[in-house]
Design a protein. Structure first.
Length: 277
């Protein structure tokens, strides 16, 4: 299982999560709903033996510790807990923290994921809220038919969790790429370097970037650089050659060509609008 520490929490890679649920027979067991008052500290207990659990926030927030590892839980972040783990909870919201723990059993768990604890960043989704509430509702009603309904809802929930986590990861990759470009636009950076920095295949990054922003990474980087160049041309008397270098272009002639192609005028003519001879 590939996990890494991030902000005092264990996070699982989305592809590993997909592989786990796709190849493991999982069986819904039960759930419970509980609430802890604002700022309450609950500890000295363990997770259920032989069972795995999904901790889903219904309202409020809390720092939830498993075997000493702390997770900041709120709506949009689900915690996976393994069997017999030490629990320590501190409610961090001004309102009570209301949550549900959904227990399941991994019937053929050869992958060690089911024994581990990690957070799943899904983001907030109305459909997920609906499935969780439906599961809570049918769990209360006795009978084999309602039991079957719970099993069906649980599998739907697992599928949605995985899909949302995948979407969240994709969005995060684009956000990371944008952050990297805006912080390093003055340097000579390539799309291959950006892709490597965010841990994504170059073609995959281009696809995700276009899907989220409507442009390619290189288009975004070019526009960002040229906007800063326009600001410097408009507000300073810095030579154009130096401005080119300040926004990431070592070749001033190439910078001028890119600028003219983007704005249909040269940097010199653009500057003349703001500075008289």
């Amino acid at each position: 299982m590939k996990v890494y520490k991030k902000k005092d929490a264990m996070t699982i890679q989305t592809n590993e999560l997909i592989k786990y649920f796709a190849n493991t027979t999982i069986q819904y067991v039960d759930l419970f709903v509980t609430s802890l008052g604002a700022k309450v500290h609950d500890h000295n207990r363990n997770t259920a033996p032989r069972l795995n659990g999904l901790v889903v926030t219904l309202s409020g927030s809390a720092d939830f510790s498993l075997n000493g590892e702390v997770y900041a839980l709120h709506k949009g972040v689900i915690l996976h807990a393994g069997p017999t783990m030490e629990i320590d909870i501190l409610v961090t919201s001004e309102e009570p923290w209301r949550y549900t723990v959904i227990h399941y059993e991994a019937m053929n768990g050869t992958n060690s994921i089911h024994k581990g604890h990690f957070e799943i960043d899904t983001g907030q989704h109305n459909k997920m809220d609906y499935l969780v509430q439906q599961l809570i509702h049918y769990e209360k009603i006795p009978g084999d038919l309602n039991r079957l309904k719970c099993k069906s809802l649980f599998l739907q929930l697992i599928e949605l969790i995985v899909v949302c986590a995948k979407m969240q990861t994709s969005n995060n990759v684009v956000d990371q790429a944008i952050t990297f470009m805006t912080e390093h636009y003055t340097s000579q950076i390539s799309i291959a370097e950006i892709a490597e920095e965010v841990g994504c295949d170059r073609r995959r990054l281009a696809y995700l970037f276009d899907k989220q922003t409507g442009m390619s990474p290189i288009q975004f980087l070019t526009e960002f650089r040229l906007k800063h160049a326009k600001e410097l041309l408009r507000t300073t008397s810095i030579p154009i050659k130096d401005i080119a270098e300040l926004v990431g272009y070592q070749d001033a002639f190439y910078f001028c060509r890119v600028f003219k192609k983007q704005y249909d005028q040269t940097p010199t003519n653009y500057r003349k609008q703001f500075f008289s001879d």
